[in-house]
Design a protein around this ligand. Structure first.
Ligand SMILES: Nc1ncnc2c1ncn2[C@@H]1O[C@H](COP(=O)(O)OP(=O)(O)OP(=O)(O)O)[C@@H](O)[C@H]1O
Ligand SMILES: [Mg+2]
Length: 494
């Protein structure tokens, strides 16, 4: 019961039903019209033919009838038989006198003889008066048991060359043969219609199956996905909208899966990164506890190390909080506040802050800014980006190198370009450096105090500004970061 209900409300059944309705109604209309036309034609033909017979007979017998020739009876019987043979319908021939009374009947039965037909058939008086009256078909109740039969009546006046109209011919023919043909055709058409309708249901069920199968598959995929299995992909077949739907689904599930993986990775990386300084602190603290030294210098030494690890812990947590905050802002982008920011000033201020670091490594910091570059943005966040990238430039460039910063305008966005003469980044690493916690050479990075979050934070910030950040590098020759920040607030479509 339940299954039936579901089936009839399914898309598949609805499509099949719609097909059936459209084709079925068309069929019905065509069938009815064909039958109607056929019937009209056949019966109209018969009427004309019988009209001709009546006129013919009236001419043949005009003189004999006037002379009351007794052979006339045989004449009309023969004529009647001839018509029977040619037309295949049993035909009755009546001769009526000028008063409408039956004088001869080819059926020889007496039930009509001497009867006045003027009242029963209104055509009779018309014919006898000389008006031309067309043949007529009608249903009469006859036989035992009584049933409706279709009959045809045709009339013609008997005209004597001197006396004018002296009587009339009244032909009556059953239309059994025609009815038989028509009912045969009706049966055949009904049979074919039924067969075709049945085939339509079958074919349309199969066809609609093709249409709904991918939808079912998608639904199943989505259901499984909502239960947490993100590795769902659907088979993409055919073309058109359903294919696009399937592709969109696959892209979406892949992204969701990636997102999920990234999240998991992030959590495990974060835990790992937090664990490293914590374990160091624990080891240091335990050694201190177990030591029996009196020298305060040793304590100081250990506590300095512990302090360093705590700073590192602090830095990681701060970065993580910034990232989480930024993820939140991404979802409420509209609340992100933007003021005009003079990039030249921002860069100069950042360079001042990092100058000491550069001097320690004997690295030259150079700025090229010939024009003012103003973009809408969040001053503090943008400073963080620039600071991060210049800091990287200094950190990953050996002593005596150079970090060059250019600030300039392009038609659509302001640009800050930071180039260094450092280690460079290998091509296979380029795609990963914006990942959270990603560090190329962990040992070296750790010695420089990095957490591997700097670039991912920078990228998030630039994305929030609808900008872009690109990197170019040649191994051992240096690296160039290019930050593009659009002048207008419009979302970037790529
Ligand atoms: N200018 C550069 N030259 C060579 N390698 C770089 C450069 N900038 C970044 N990298 C590589 O990309 C990695 C990721 O950089 P990112 O700024 O995200 O992290 P980090 O500098 O190690 O740590 P943090 O910036 O959080 O202190 C770095 O560890 C480094 O290996
Ligand atoms: Mg960095």
């Amino acid at each position: 019961m339940r299954i039936n209900k579901q089936f009839f409300s399914s898309l598949r059944w609805r499509i099949a039903f719609a097909y059936l309705m459209v084709i079925g109604i068309g069929f019905f209309i065509i069938n009815v019209s064909i039958m109607e036309i056929l019937e009209q034609n056949l019966i109209e033909d018969k009427k004309i033919t019988y009209q001709k017979y009546a006129i013919q007979l009236a001419q043949i017998i005009a003189n004999g009838y006037y002379d009351r020739d007794p052979n006339i009876y045989y004449l009309i019987r023969e004529f009647g038989n001839d018509i029977d043979q040619v037309e295949g319908e049993s035909t009755r021939v009546l001769l009526l006198n000028i008063n409408g009374i039956v004088e001869q009947d080819s059926y020889q039965s007496t039930n009509l003889l001497r009867r006045n037909l003027m009242e029963d058939y209104q055509e009779v008086s018309g014919v006898l008066k000389g008006t031309s009256v067309p043949a007529r078909d009608l249903y009469i109740l006859t036989g035992e048991p009584a049933e409706y039969k279709r009959v045809l009546y045709a009339f013609a006046p008997i005209t004597h060359y001197r006396e004018g109209i002296i009587g009339m011919v009244f032909l009556s023919a059953s239309l059994d043969a025609i009815e038989l043909i028509l009912s045969d055709i009706r049966t055949t058409i009904s049979f074919f219609s039924a067969t075709i309708s049945f085939s339509i249901i079958l074919i349309s069920l199969i066809l609609s199956g093709f249409i709904t199968h991918p939808i079912k598959e998608l639904t199943a995929g989505i259901t499984r996905m909502s239960k947490g299995h993100l590795n769902q992909r659907v088979n993409i077949r055919g073309s058109g909208e359903l294919r696009q739907l399937g592709e969109a689904f696959n892209v979406m599930s892949e992204q969701l899966e990636n997102l999920d993986n990234t999240r998991n990775e992030f959590v495990s990386n974060a835990s790992h990164e937090l664990k490293t300084p914590l374990s160091a602190i624990k080891v240091l603290a335990e050694s201190l506890l177990n030591m029996e030294v009196e020298d305060p210098a040793v304590y100081k030494d250990f506590l300095t190390d512990i302090n360093f690890e705590i700073d590192r812990l602090n830095a990681i947590i701060t970065d993580l909080l910034i990232l989480v905050q930024m993820d939140k802002e991404d979802t409420v982008r509209s609340r992100f506040k933007k003021d005009p920011v003079l990039l030249n000033e921002l860069v100069q201020r950042t360079m001042k802050g990092l100058q000491l670091l550069a001097d320690q490594k004997n690295i030259r910091l150079e700025l090229f800014d010939e024009e003012e570059v103003i973009v809408p943005g969040d001053r503090l966040k943008l400073q963080q980006v620039i600071s991060n990238i210049i800091d990287n430039g200094i950190k990953y460039t050996p002593e005596g190198g150079r970090v060059t910063i250019e600030v300039y305008n392009t038609p659509n966005f302001g640009v800050v370009k930071v180039s260094d003469t450092g280690f460079g980044i290998a091509p296979e690493e380029l795609g990963h450096i914006f990942d959270r916690f990603y560090r190329i050479d962990r040992a070296r990075s750790r010695s420089t105090g990095g957490t591997g979050l700097g670039l991912s934070i920078a990228k998030r910030i630039v994305m929030l500004h609808n900008g872009d950040i690109r990197v170019q590098s040649e191994g051992n020759r240096g690296t160039t970061f290019r930050i593009e920040l659009p002048y207008d607030d419009q979302e970037r479509i790529e």
